[in-house]
Design a protein around this ligand. Structure first.
Ligand SMILES: *[C@@H]1O[C@H](CO)[C@@H](O)[C@H](O)[C@H]1NC(C)=O
Ligand SMILES: *[C@@H]1O[C@H](CO)[C@@H](O)[C@H](O)[C@H]1NC(C)=O
Ligand SMILES: *[C@@H]1O[C@H](CO)[C@@H](O)[C@H](O)[C@H]1NC(C)=O
Ligand SMILES: *[C@@H]1O[C@H](CO)[C@@H](O)[C@H](O)[C@H]1NC(C)=O
Ligand SMILES: *[C@@H]1O[C@H](CO)[C@@H](O)[C@H](O)[C@H]1NC(C)=O
Ligand SMILES: *[C@@H]1O[C@H](CO)[C@@H](O)[C@H](O)[C@H]1NC(C)=O
Length: 477
């Protein structure tokens, strides 16, 4: 009979009871039972744990690893002064990450199971004397533990309680309840004061419509008299409206709720420079209902008609052509687009190049400026004797030496080239004569700045002049 019992136990033990977990090692999730070595068996009811023994069982897990442990039996040497807290001699230390560690000894079986998540560390220790049968317990390990699956929270984030065993809903603003199933009606608490009305257009959002004299998020602030803060600037005069607002009567040239927009209407402080004329082309019909937009639309609505020689939005840019190279005109003289300059030469001189120059676009003349060249130079007829030539040259050199030099320096640009041009038949190649005469076709919008200034500093070198056309200008170099 006894033999048969032992037989059965050996078979059971061989299948599940005490498989390889006798003293420490990794806890097997497939198992469910744990006991110390030497725990009594059917065959040896008096068995006790050995002395000086340390068995350590572990299991490495995380927040998704649920561990549960429950004693079936415990008889372990109790600690000094019969303390089952200090467990000074023999003990079982059960430690789970989320729970912490607990020591067990004595003979009172704890009724509560140990339940936690994370890694597991179980340590059985015996000292060198006083041994008992030890402990036996069942345990379970679940590795896919997740209290948020399925997610119980209706309007919020699912988290865990402090012991990490249960779900805990962190509700979105505007919701409450264990599963965030309750919508908070903010307006129910009458947050708007002083007769303001409350509106909750969406979850977790409400606004207060205050009575005219009140303001603030909850209509808790009483407004002072609307004009007390002098809201009208630029000399505007403030008055109170029926709905406790202010109204500004603005001075001329200002507009806006507080008269803060100046230069209105658009031509009020004439934006057109250089004597341009301003026209208000505001289009109030295009203005939107938005007051400020209306001001801006109107403000932009002006047009400048510019005097000859000026262009741009505000007549602030010079337009037309500059001096094409006429020596005795100011360099900055400008001509309107379309102006025609007609060139001609003194008797005895021949015009080389186009007679008419047209200002075709800003800064651009149709052709290069022509030049006047002595008929003699061209024809090669040197009628002067070498003596006469020499005397003329000498005389000229003596009398106008300084002037010529200065002029030569000033006007050498286009002229130099001509002076230097070698003359095939003239023995004295320096004796070239130039003459140019310009007359300007009369156009109403010619850009002569003013007729008196038409002549440059070198007025002396012009033999005669009239307001609109120039008679011949010649110089012997
Ligand atoms: C045990 O009790 C004795 C006497 O009451 C005391 O002197 C001793 O400090 C106690 N030991 C502990 C560990 O509490
Ligand atoms: C310790 O012993 C007391 C009774 O002596 C018992 O009520 C208590 O549950 C025991 N505690 C543990 C952790 O075993
Ligand atoms: C029990 O085990 C835990 C975890 O390893 C350890 O921190 C603690 O010190 C142990 N307690 C004792 C009394 O050995
Ligand atoms: C501006 O208006 C005045 C008066 O109507 C006129 O004489 C003048 O020519 C105008 N100037 C321009 C640049 O349009
Ligand atoms: C130059 O312009 C004037 C006036 O437009 C014209 O009478 C004359 O024929 C033109 N001369 C030449 C060479 O095109
Ligand atoms: C140059 O002068 C001669 C007479 O001196 C005259 O016959 C001729 O036509 C002139 N040529 C030009 C291009 O003016």
């Amino acid at each position: 009979m006894v033999i048969k019992f032992v037989h059965i136990f050996v078979i059971v033990c061989g299948i599940a009871w005490c498989k390889g977990q006798e003293c420490g090692g990794e806890l097997d999730p497939e198992e469910y039972s744990l006991k110390n070595p030497g725990y009594p068996t059917e065959g040896n009811m008096e068995s006790k744990y050995p002395s000086n023994t340390d068995c350590i069982w572990t299991f490495s897990g995380d927040d998704n690893t649920l561990f549960a442990f429950k004693f079936w039996d415990i008889v372990i040497e109790i600690g000094e002064n019969n303390s089952n807290i200090t467990c000074d001699y023999d003990f079982l230390n059960v430690s789970v990450t989320s729970v912490g560690s607990q020591l067990f000894c004595g003979w009172v079986k704890p009724e509560d199971a140990i339940v936690g998540v994370g890694s597991v560390y179980i340590h059985f220790h015996s000292d060198d004397s006083v041994n008992f049968r030890g402990f036996q317990a069942s345990y379970s390990i679940t590795t896919d533990f997740d209290p948020c699956d399925p997610d119980p929270c209706e309007d919020g984030e699912c988290g865990r309680t402090e012991d990490k065993l249960k779900s805990l809903c962190h509700c979105n603003a505007g919701s409450t309840g264990e599963e965030c199933e309750v919508d908070i009606k903010e307006c129910d608490s009458n947050p708007c004061q002083n007769g303001g009305s409350c509106d909750e257009p969406q979850k977790d959002y409400y606004t207060c419509q205050c009575m005219p004299q009140w303001m603030g998020a909850h209509c808790e602030v009483e407004k002072g008299p609307p004009c007390a803060s002098d809201p009208c600037v630029n000399g505007g005069i403030c008055s109170e409206t029926e709905d406790f607002d202010f109204q500004c009567a603005c001075e001329d040239g200002y507009i806006g709720k507080s008269c803060e927009i100046d230069d209105f209407p658009p031509c009020f402080s004439n934006p057109c420079q250089n004597d341009g004329n301003c026209t208000d082309i505001s289009n109030p019909a295009a203005a939107t209902s938005d007051e400020e937009n209306e001001y801006i639309t109107r403000y932009n609505g002006y047009h400048c008609s510019c005097p000859p020689g000026y262009g741009g939005t505000n007549c602030d840019t010079e337009v037309g052509c500059g001096n094409p190279g006429i020596a005795y005109l100011k360099k900055r003289r400008r001509f309107n687009t379309g102006s025609i300059l007609e060139f001609s030469c003194e008797n005895g001189f021949v015009l080389i190049g186009p007679a008419n120059l047209t200002c075709v676009a800003d800064e651009t003349w149709s052709e290069k400026m022509p030049e006047c060249v002595s008929n003699k130079t061209l024809s090669g007829d040197n009628s002067l004797s070498p003596y006469a030539s020499t005397m003329i040259a000498l005389g000229a050199a003596l009398s106008v030496n300084m002037v010529v030099f200065t002029l030569w320096m000033v006007y050498r640009g286009p002229w130099v080239k001509l002076i230097r041009r070698p003359s095939a038949s003239t023995s004295d190649s320096k004796q070239n004569i130039h003459s140019v005469s310009i007359s300007v076709s009369v156009m109403d919008d010619d850009v002569f700045e003013d007729e008196q200034n038409y002549v440059t500093e070198d007025q002396n070198d012009l033999e005669s002049l009239s307001t609109r056309s120039y008679s011949s200008y010649s110089k012997v170099y």
